[in-house]
Design a protein. Sequence first.
Length: 447
Amino acid sequence: MALMRRRDFVARLAGLASTAALPLWLSARGRSLRLTARPHIVLIMCDDLGFGDVGFTGATAYATPHIDRIASDGMVLAESYSSAPVCSPTRVALMTGRYAQRETCGLHEPLTTHPIGLSPSPATLPRLLNDVGYHTALVGKWHLGSMPAFHPQRHGFDEFYGFLGAAADFVSWKDTEHNAVLFHDGETVVEPSGYMTDALTTRAVHVIEATRDQPLFLSLQYNVPHWPWQAPGDPAYPDSMRASAGGSPDTFAGMMRSLDNGVGRVLASLDASGMTRDTLLVFTSDNGGERFSHMGPFSHAKMTVGEGGIRVATAVRWPARVAAGTRSAQVCTTTDLTATFLALAGSESPRPLDGIDLTPALLGGAPLSRELFWRVTQRRQQKAVRRGDLKYVANEAGQFLYDLSDDPGETRDLSAARSADFKLLRASLNAWEQEMLPPAPLEAQYR
């Protein structure tokens, strides 16, 4: 019976390959041989990148030609959001395909308590991809638990090269939370040298260029442009825990140029390896920007549910399937990346997903109508829901309704003029909260 299911699976994939003109790999994993027709997947996720911090969304203080090439060679997702306005819950959403507020790991907001972390059971994204034949690698930031039980390789990453905490000094490579240097798999990189962005890029290129007979999932989690604000050539911070101070627009620009050069090296390695055409490459951010970032037409910033805190610059390139120079108005978020990767890989999640498969949108399909929700409580008390162009926001200043189609900066409150819509969205948000875990309490230092 199992043999018949395997044969049916192989036949289905072979049919998919013939109809979709996708590549074929023969992958040996243990004693089984699988015929696959799936893309390589490369996710480049930046850290605290403001919506307007790259060229294809309007940056002018510096150039990002390599990042912009992803957009020009593929599709811009013009209505793209992070699942949270801060790092840890967005990464929970990526790993699980679900709102972080559903999960019992306690990572609704930035991870600050060391014993807490995301459990590898039920299986998360890298394990689910690994189990269907993908070679999985994480390069860069983790921030989902520093204890051994939560290590990236416990989640199914074949390789890990990065740091475990919230941020790291770009020069000393010291993790600002744990004071440990970069890790390679389970071992500490004892003698770091050079600029961290360059080191992460070099490792990513190594992963891409390694010879293997499997499709690849590479999660490249750059820590640019998160503080500490250090450009190439700057000194290490004497105390990395105070690294959110300092910096300048020129320093920020130097960090962004380094990021763009790194992306250029990744693109070149895909070209040199003959993988470009058959690679789904996604460029995005874990949330909006902060001190030196530009949010484009949006207001507010990281740690808020304003558009500036959750709208992210996102571009997708897949030459075999996605038309170059296109845009999609599909409202989408981090959990959708998870659903899309799993669908293209032929894998299924052991738990219901909140995300949707974006493949129809990537292929030029009409946008689907949907609702998206956000909630932060530990450092600020804010929540929001978007349906269509309307967005309901509840924050410390009150409750508001905005029409994003002509007010992307959220400056004109329509709660009185459109009271029926205001009540409808508020009720929808309340119903969503009933499905989630109770909100985490406001931390004492923010009361």
